[in-house]
Design a protein around this ligand. Structure first.
Ligand code: ZN
Ligand code: ZN
Ligand code: ZN
Length: 371
C-alpha cells in the first residue's frame, strides 16, 4: 500500500531523479528490490528469484521489466513508465541490456540481487557502475508534504499504543516479554498500521541490550520494562520507545531517567535546519556524559525514517550532513547498565524551517504501573 497513486507525484519525482542524474553524471538508473523503485513509480517488488527492474534512462522514458505473472500486481501509470513483461523462457538481463543502450555510467539499486548484476557486468564490461544512493539520497531523505503527513499519521497511531501502555491496558506482571510484544503488535495493527516491523519488549536486565529480542522471560513487579515498537502505515514507518516501571522505581533508576529525559529533549531541540547531524547526537551525549553515564550510551542518537525504518540521515558523530527541511529522523538516546537495567526514550522528529517538529507526543516520563 502506498500514500499515493497519483501519476503527477511520480512524474515529478522522476524529473527530480533525472536532474540528479545530470548533476552526478549518471546515464541510467536501474532499481529492483527495496524502496527506491516504489518511491519513483509506486510498485514494491517481491523478493523473488525472477527479475523485476525499473530502468530509468536520463533522457528517455522509464520501463519496468517484470515477470509476466507479476504484471497484474502492478498499477499501470501511463506517462510514468512502460511495462515490459518477460516470459519464463526469456532472459530479462538481456532485455535490460538492450534498454540501457549506450549508457556509460549506470547507478544500481543496493538491493538488486547480485546474480543479475553479475550477468549485466558480463554483457556490458565497459560500463561504469555506481550506487543508486548517488541519485536517490537527495530525493528520499527530504520528505515532501504528503510524506510528512504519512509520518505524522503513523506516529499518532504509535502514540495511541503508547498511551494504552501507559494506561495499564497491556498487562505486564506475570506475562512473558513475547506475550506483551504480541499484544503491542496487535494494537499497532488495530490503530491503523498494515504491518508491524518490530515490538521490542525488554524487562529488567534484558533492557540493557538495546536490540533485545522479546522472549520467554517472565516480567516481574519491581522492574523497568522497555518497549520499542513500530510498523508501516500507508507506506511510511512509525518508531517509538517508552519505558514503564512496575512499582516505585529505585532512586538509581529515577535519577538516570531524569538524565535521559533531559538528554532526549535537548537533542530534539537541537534539530534546527542548517546544523550538522552530528550536533544532534552531541546534544544528547553532552547531557548523558555530564551526568556520568557516557560509557553506557552505546549507540548513535538516531536514524532517518520514511518508507524504511532506518534510512539516511543518521544522527551520529562524524556525520557532517546539514539538517534540511524535510529530514525525518529518530531521537533515541539510551542508558544501558549491563546485567542490571536499561532505558531509552525515542521520538520521530521532522526538521522544518520553523524548527524541529516532533511527530510523537506520548507522555515522555517514566510511567509507574502496578503500584
Ligand atoms: Zn534500533
Ligand atoms: Zn525504536
Ligand atoms: Zn528507532
Amino acid at each position: 500500500m502506498n500514500i499515493t497513486t497519483d501519476a503527477s507525484v511520480f512524474i515529478a519525482r522522476l524529473d527530480r531523479a533525472r536532474s540528479e542524474m545530470k548533476r552526478t553524471g549518471v546515464d541510467a538508473l536501474i532499481l529492483s528490490l527495496g524502496h527506491d523503485m516504489p518511491y519513483l513509480m509506486g510498485y514494491l517488488a517481491m523478493p523473488l528469484e525472477r527479475l523485476t527492474m525499473l530502468v530509468v534512462p536520463r533522457d528517455g522514458e522509464a520501463s519496468l521489466i517484470i515477470p509476466r505473472l507479476e504484471g497484474p500486481r502492478v498499477q499501470e501509470l501511463p506517462g510514468v513508465f512502460t511495462m515490459i513483461p518477460w516470459n519464463e523462457t526469456e532472459d530479462p538481463v538481456a532485455i535490460a541490456h538492450a534498454l540501457l543502450g549506450a549508457a556509460q555510467t549506470i547507478a544500481v539499486g543496493d538491493q538488486m540481487w547480485s546474480r543479475f548484476l553479475v550477468d549485466l557486468l558480463a554483457l556490458r564490461p565497459s560500463s561504469k557502475y555506481v550506487r543508486s544512493v548517488t541519485v536517490m539520497e537527495a530525493l528520499r531523505s527530504r520528505k515532501d508534504a504528503a510524506e510528512i503527513a504519512a509520518l505524522v499519521a503513523a506516529g499518532a497511531a504509535a502514540d495511541r499504543v503508547a498511551a494504552q501502555l501507559h494506561a495499564g491496558d497491556i498487562p505486564m506482571v506475570g506475562r512473558t516479554e513475547a506475550q506483551v510484544s504480541k499484544d503491542i503488535s496487535a494494537r499497532l495493527i488495530a490503530e491503523g498500521h498494515q504491518k508491524v516491523n518490530f515490538a521490542i519488549v525488554a524487562a529488567g536486565e534484558n533492557a540493557a541490550s538495546p536490540h533485545h529480542h522479546a522472549g520467554d522471560r517472565v516480567i516481574k513487579h519491581g522492574e523497568i520494562v522497555l518497549c520499542d515498537f513500530g510498523g508501516t502505515m500507508n507506506g511510511y514507518c512509525s518508531d517509538i520507545t517508552r519505558c514503564v516501571h512496575l512499582g516505585e522505581p529505585p532512586k538509581e533508576i529515577s535519577d538516570a531517567y531524569d538524565v535521559l529525559f533531559e538528554a532526549q529533549a535537548a537533542a530534539v531541540l537541537a534539530g534546527k535546519v542548517g546544523v550538522t547531524c552530528e550536533s544532534v547526537d552531541a546534544a544528547a551525549r553532552r547531557v548523558i556524559d555530564a551526568a556520568g553515564y557516557g560509557e553506557y550510551f552505546v549507540h548513535r542518537t538516531g536514524h532517518g525514517i520514511g518508507m524504511e525504518e532506518h534510512e539516511d540521515p543518521y544522527m551520529v558523530s562524524g556525520n557532517t550532513t546539514l539538517l534540511a527541511a524535510g529530514h525525518a529522523y529518530s531521537v533515541e538516546p539510551g542508558i544501558y547498565i549491563p546485567n542490571k537495567w536499561g532505558m531509552r526514550l525515542e521520538d520521530i522528529v521532522v526538521a522544518t524551517e520553523n524548527g524541529p517538529m516532533p511527530v510523537n507526543h506520548a507522555n515522555h516520563h517514566l510511567v509507574i504501573l502496578d503500584k
